[in-house]
Design a protein around this ligand. Structure first.
Ligand code: NAD
Ligand code: AHE
Ligand code: ZN
Length: 369
């Protein structure tokens, strides 16, 4: 079938609006009509060429909401008409990872996903006779996309897809990192570096966890108002200080915070986020994605003296079993998604959405097909 899609023919160039061909779903696969999709910084990161798993030409996008159109052989957990959120972290329930109870990192389709193909090693997308790569197992920048059954969370039909698409990445990642990865306790002090959708969702989660202080840090002060609305108790712009930001936070908090989160993808700030943690118990969670070849550094003494460095993917959330609960919490008014959507745009304005992200003007742009 034909589909409207944004194709990244090569890195570092604007996306190209194309009519692509989408092949029918094979065994264990599902054809999904994407209704709306967010644009996450990770899409921009891969488009920039820094992602070792970015294979061009590619259809990006991983924060979508849609409706099942057709199912391939053997698919039992969804049927046409069901509302779904595509998952870049699958959940098969059967692999060593799923069974461990220790992680949300399912291995069932991860290898082929990273190669930009479906689990059988082939692509379902073509444009002008040329095969296109899939992205993160989701490729939500196409009106019709093919996704593995294990990479779909079935959600309530009552929920607006143009809001709950944000649970496909940004908001789930931030809230999940607070509860599943860091396990922030009531009364804790928290520092959040980077106030995009991810960092702001961490703030929302820290507020839910009843943190006593939530310090929001960004070099773009236009982010501070929303951070405070979500529960930040104070906002800090590193540009206002001569001292390194970790020193500033340590002084503000009598020795450092209990928990910090890096939500930027900057390896220098990852170090700051670790080093602003309190001696003996402070824990830092890396959420931001750094470019190929980049590495983190600190003095091992920082760890020897009790600080802990962690990382979090999709907030440690198991998508098929736990995402329907996040949707319910949104519907019950417990999770704020609406205020994260700063821009609603027709799909054709996708490059504008990337510009808004780079200019720091959008928290999330949601594209409507
Ligand atoms: P975003 O671009 O919307 O927000 C990033 C924020 O960081 C901006 O407000 C920016 O002003 C701020 N910033 C940049 N440099 C800074 C600095 N030196 N000091 C302080 N603040 C600075 O991005 P986003 O969509 O919120 O994503 C944030 C990061 O999280 C990205 O690296 C993205 O790839 C990653 N991510 C990871 C996961 C995961 O599962 N681990 C999921 C989603 C996104
Ligand atoms: N492809 C990159 C890794 C990118 C990465 O770390 N992705 C995050 C999700 S970002 C969503 O916006 C993640 O969940 N990682 C775990 C996983 O299994 O991919 C690279 O460096 O190769
Ligand atoms: Zn994302």
């Amino acid at each position: 079938m034909k589909s409207r899609a944004a194709v990244a023919w090569e890195s570092g160039k604007p996306l190209s609006l194309e009519e692509v061909e989408v092949a029918p779903p094979k065994k264990g696969e599902v054809l999904v009509r994407i209704v709306a999709t967010g644009v996450c910084h990770t899409d921009a990161y891969t488009l920039s060429g820094s992602d070792p798993e970015g294979h061009f030409p590619i259809i990006l996008g991983h924060e979508g909401g849609g409706v099942v159109e057709e199912v391939g052989e053997g698919v039992t957990s969804v049927k046409p008409g069901d509302h779904v959120i595509p998952l870049y972290t699958a959940e098969c329930g059967e692999c060593k990872f799923c069974k461990s109870g220790k992680t949300n990192l399912c291995s069932s389709v991860r290898e082929t996903q990273g190669q930009g193909v479906m689990p059988d090693g082939t692509s379902r997308f073509k444009c002008n006779g040329k095969e296109l790569f899939h992205y993160m197992g989701t490729s939500t920048f196409s009106e019709y996309t093919v996704v593995a059954e294990v990479s779909l969370a079935k959600v309530s039909k009552e929920a607006p897809l143009d809001k709950i698409c944000l649970l496909g990445c940004g908001i789930t990642t931030g809230i999940g990192a607070v509860f599943n990865t860091a396990k922030v306790e009531e009364g804790s002090t928290v520092a959040v570096f980077g106030l995009g959708a991810i960092g702001l969702a961490v703030i929302q989660g820290a507020r839910m966890a009843n943190a006593s202080r939530i310090i929001a840090i960004d070099i773009n002060p236009s982010k501070f108002e929303f951070a405070k609305q979500l529960g930040a108790t104070e906002c800090v712009n590193p540009k206002d200080y001569d001292d390194p930001i970790q020193q500033v936070i340590i002084e503000l908090t009598d020795g450092g915070v209990d928990y910090s989160f890096e939500c930027i993808g900057n390896v220098n700030i990852m170090r700051s986020a670790l080093e602003c943690c309190h001696k003996g118990w402070g824990e830092s969670t890396i959420i931001g994605v750094a470019g190929a070849g980049e590495t983190i550094e600190t003095r091992p003494f920082q760890l020897v003296t009790g600080r802990v460095w962690r990382g979090s993917a999709f907030g440690g959330v198991k998508g098929r079993t736990q995402l329907p609960g996040y949707v319910k919490r949104y519907m019950d008014g417990e999770i704020n998604l609406d205020d994260f959507v700063t821009h609603d745009l027709p799909f054709e304005k996708i490059n504008e959405a990337f510009d808004l992200l780079h200019e720091g003007k959008a928290i999330r742009s949601v594209l409507h097909f």
